[in-house]
Each structure stands twice: as structure tokens, then as C-alpha cells.
Write a new protein. Sequence first.
Length: 672
Amino acid sequence: MLDEAGRFRIRRIGKLQRAIHCFKTRCTVERTIKSLSKFITILDWLPKYNWQNSFFGDLSGGLTMAVFTVPQAIAQAAVTGVDPVYGLYTAIFPSFLYIFFGTSKHISLGGFAVLSLMTHAAIENVMVQQATSYNYTHYVNHSLYEVENMTEIEYNQTILNLNWLDNETMIEAITTEEWTEGYRPVKPIQVATTIMFLSGIIQLLLGTFQLEFLTNYFSDQVISGFVIGGCVHVFFAQIGDLLGIRLQRRAGPGYLYYRIKDLIAHLHETQIPTVVISACSIMFLIFSKIVLAPWLSKVFLFPIPYELILAVIATTATNFAELSDRFSISVVGNIPTEFPLPSVPRFDFVTSIIQQALGIAEIALAVHVTVAKIVENRYDYGIPCRQELRALGVVGLTSSFFPVFPVTSVFARSVIGTATGGSTQLTSFFCALALLSVVLYIGPALEYLPKCVLASIVVVSMKVYFDKFGEVKKLWPMFKIDLIIWIVSMILTICFDMAGGLAIAALFALLTTLFRNQRPKWHYLSKNDKGHYRETKKKEVKYIDCETCIFRMDGPLIFTSVDRFVTSLRKCVTNWKRIRAQKNYKFMTIEEMNEEAENYERIKSEVKYSAFSRRDRKRTTGRPEERFSLVIDCSGFPYVDYLGLATIKKVYAELVQSGVIVYLAEPRGQFK
């Protein structure tokens, strides 16, 4: 006989054996690979890759995409406020890593002007705050522009100092003393990589905990208005380079007001040669894209890289004509020809950028999901949103160990790659290889590229976003509240800083949803010529040829809308009675009128008092009204709460007491 301890050991051994058996049956090689392939998607699609039919198309698409990406990447770096080479790195690493985790064959990751400007604002915030870590300040009236163009040795010997004027953030002086002991100076790209890391964590958590529904709160109208407002910020951020003016860097609410104020104050410093180059660049790009592109697309089977052509012409002219020295034209400067080594992001200033990182993560995610839906509809294949969130998060986390700034989907690059034969994720792989060769071998050739040309490329690229003003025509006739959301989102983004404007716009969109739930629309239903019940306008009720009144309210019947329901139903009943009385009106003799009055007094004494009967008696003409049927179409109620159910029971009883025959059509489970 086994004692209690022996039986306990046997039970434990039995449980352990069952656990081991379960582990062996479930954790097979096939199951493990299948589970990994859901996360690392390249394990799923690469073995199925059709090398014979897709390879050369992907190669052609990747090389063409790289040609278009070079000038745009350098321009995005200028918007972000980092060195040009970091724009090329940003075009390489995230797009390359996406092919391992992404599910879309056509999406390509890259810089986005609005995200770049938000990152620039966060960089300025950190650069201003680090001035407090300096021992002594000596004002020499230098601008941030000069500090950004210092060498690394000069940079380590100088630091920006903050001068507070009228609660504005104004950077206008530097100091030449030593750092506080133990403090490491912050470089702009370090701030950008930390933001990339934090954004990746946020996006990965959203995908892991299945919180992708949060992106629904950023509606298309909120994002569209935000993008247009952000483009206004981007334009004014580039205006200094377009005119050759060195403007003070500002941030915070009211930024554009002070930006315009500075622009007017320094307008006399405009460099005419820079303005001429900017104007010629903008006119060339607009003429090429609007006039030449439609015509040349019929001649050539591939898109023409007008931005690259402009960059080559401008670089060549600036170099050989020595425009930089003769007319003080600002140029890109030296581009290092080296592969960056990975490094851990800095976290000592996380508290200063966490708010901006959250906004950047949300915007990047919203734009990525929007582009994914467009690709899904255009190319007719499914893109799992949850995996895309995880992929974007992992790409952000991994890329942050290299000198890059935040990215999102770039639909234009995807279209270019597809138009030239790209059909799978390998298009981004070949694009990354081509860009890497540019960094290692061709970078120095872009040293004399004028910054005003880059600013022109950025400004012209925003034209596609300003085309969203065409949405006004679509929204105004039937979706006026959506139009209000669109306008409010744009105005708030322009008037406030972009992160704050987006948050307030999303909150405003939620408030409009609450308002619409509180005041849902109601209408009559009537049969059309085909026998189908359709909504009837209130002014057309008198033309309804039916003895039954059908009432429908489109919205939840909850505590916020019950008053609206009762008021609307009373109005419906009153209008229906009035219209029926007009249809049934006939001349009566004095004897008939006396008889009607006697009958009315008798019925009046029998009918119990109610809200509906009281209102009806006030509108009677001296004789009792005929009974009629009222159908309340409950299919318009998506859901009903306790107060809504109690209200409809009360209304039902009052209507019956007032002589109305009431029916509930398609009642929900709560009514049964």
C-alpha cells in the first residue's frame, strides 16, 4: 500500500508526463515554423516566390524607386533638421526591415513631411532644454542655423542658450563655456532615434494587445484635415530656405503667427539669387508633373524622375558656376560615405519627448493603416491590420539602433515601384541596395545641392495633399458634420502645434458622435412604386396614400436620446392627425355638429389623462378624431438601454390610451 506521499508523487509524475506529451505534440517543427511565419512573414512568402516571373520586375521597380527616393529622402532630412545622409539611412533601414515582418507586397516605408516636422519640433524642444546643463552663458547673438552647420568639434564647444521673451521659445544666443560635469551633449539625430524607439514600442503594444480599434477614433476627416494643416506648417518651415532668410526657430501654440512675424521683419534680407533658383525649381516641377508627365507617360513605359533631374542640374550648376561662394547659396554640404554602426538610443530626455512620440506613433499608424486599406482595395488582397501594427512596431524598434527618424507608408513610392514592374516585397530590398550604393559611392556628388532646391521639392510634393480640398464638395451636401470635423481639424492643427491640434481634433470628433447619438434623425416611411419602404421627407407626408403611419428613428434609444424620441414621436402623431383631418374634412350640418359634440364629451369623460391625450385635446376642433394605426420601426435602434425600454413602454401605453393603435416592428431582444 502506498502512503499519501507516494500517491502524491505518482500524480505529479503523471501530470509532468502529460505536460511533456502535450509539449511534444504541439511544439513540432512544422507548428513552430507556422507560428513564426505569422510574425516573420518572409518565412511564408519567400519559399513561394516566383523567381522566373517576378525577379526582373522587382529589380526594375526597386532601382526606379531608388532613383525617385534620393532627392526626396534628402529633402525629408532637411525638414527634420538633421544631416542629409540621415535621410538616406531612413529610406534604407525601415523599408528593408519591413520585408521581414510586413504583409503587403506593395507598401514601402519612408519619410513623411508632417512626421518629419513633428520630429523637428521635438528636437528643438530637447535642444532648448539642454541649455540648462551649461555653467555659464555668454550672449553673442548667433542663430540656431549657424549652430546646425558647425563641425563636431565646434559643436562640442558651443551650446544654445534660451532667452525667454513674452512666453515664447526663442533660440538666439550661444555660449562657449564648458558642460556640466557628467553631461553628454545631445545631437538632433539622437532625439530622432529615441522618438523612433518610443513610437515602435507604442505601435508594438497596440498590435500585441489587439488595440487596433483605437485607430478608428482618428477618422478620415480628422486625418485629412490634420495633414492639410501639417502641410501649412511644413510650407512655413521651408519658407526660410526658399527665400534665403535665416529665421529664428520657434515652437508651441501660435508658432505660425510668430513665424510670419519674423518673416515680415527679415523680408529685407531676402537673397534674390536664392529666390530665382527656388522659383525656377518650383515652376520646373509643376510644369513637368502637370504638362509633361501625361504626355511622356504615353511615350515611355516608366515614370520620369523629375526631382532627380532637377537635383542633378542644380548640383552641377552650383558646382561649376560656384554659386555657393559668389551668391551665398546654402548647399547640403558633405555627405559621409560610410555605413553607420548600430548604437543604443539615449533615454535621458525621454520625459521631454514622450508626448510628441505618442502623437508621432498615432499619426504614423493612422497613415499606414489608411495606405494599407488603399492598397488592399486596389490590388485585391487582404492585409491583416493587427500584423501591420506589430510589423510597424518591430521596424521602429529595430531601426532605432541606426541613425534614422520616424517613418510611415509612402503610397507614391509604392505606386512608382508597381508601375515599373515591382510586384512583391523584394522591390523594397532592391531599392535599399541601390540607396546603400548611393550612400557609399555617390554621396559626395550631392555636396553642392542647394537647400532651396530641396525646399522646392518638399513644397511641390505637398500639392497632392492640398488636393484634399476637393473633399469639401463630397461632404457638404449630405455629411455636414463630417465637413465640420474636417475644417476644425485643419484649423486646430494650423493654430496649435501639430500634436496638440490632432488631440483636440480627435476629441472634437468624439463629441460630435455623442451629439449625433443625443439628437438622432427621425422620419416617416412609405411605399414607393416598387413596393419597398423608403424614407419620406416631412414636407411630403401629405402625399402618402396610406392609412398607417410608420415612424422610424435612426439612432440608439438610450438615456441621452429618450427625450428626443418622445418629442419626435409626439410631433409625428400630431402631424399625421392634422393631415388625416384635412383629407377627411367635410361640411357638417348643425345637427351633426351637436351630435359630434355630445359624443366627444362622452368619450372625453372615459379617456384617462395622459401626456398624449392632453396635447391631442388642445389641438382638436371640437369632435373626436378617428382612430389610426401607428407602426414604430424598431430596426432603427442599434441598441437600447434600460431607460430607453422604460420610455417606449410608457409611450406605448399613452398612445393606446389616446386612441392610437400601436405596433412595434422588428423589435430587439429587449422588447420581447
